[in-house]
Design a protein around this ligand. Sequence first.
Ligand SMILES: [Zn+2]
Length: 108
Amino acid sequence: MKLRPYSGNSDAAGRGYHHWCPACDEPHGIAVGIRNRNGAVWSFNGDMDRPTFTPSVRCFTTDEEGHQHTLCHYFITNGQIVFCSDNPHALNGQTVELPDWPERRTDG
Ligand SMILES: [Zn+2]
C-alpha cells in the first residue's frame, strides 16, 4: 500500500491521503476532498498504485519573521515522486518510485 486514506476522525475519511516520503523519512498528507490548513486542495486520479496528484506538493515551515522555508517540494505523477529543484534534502531534483509504506510504521 502506497497511499493511506486519512483516518481517525470519520469526517476526514476519504478526504485525503498520506504517502511515505523517502527524502524526509516521514509521511506527507495530501488533501483531495477538503482544503487543508493552508487552503490547498489537490486533484487525484484515483489510482492507488500509480497515483497522480496535481498540482505539486510543497511542505514548508514558517519562521518568526513570516518567511517560508521549503522542506519538501515535489510532484506525484504515475506513481513516481518527482522532486523539484528547490529541496533542502538529498533527493533534490531526483525522480523516485513512490515507496510502499514502511512496515516499521504501523500506527498510521
Ligand atoms: Zn518529503
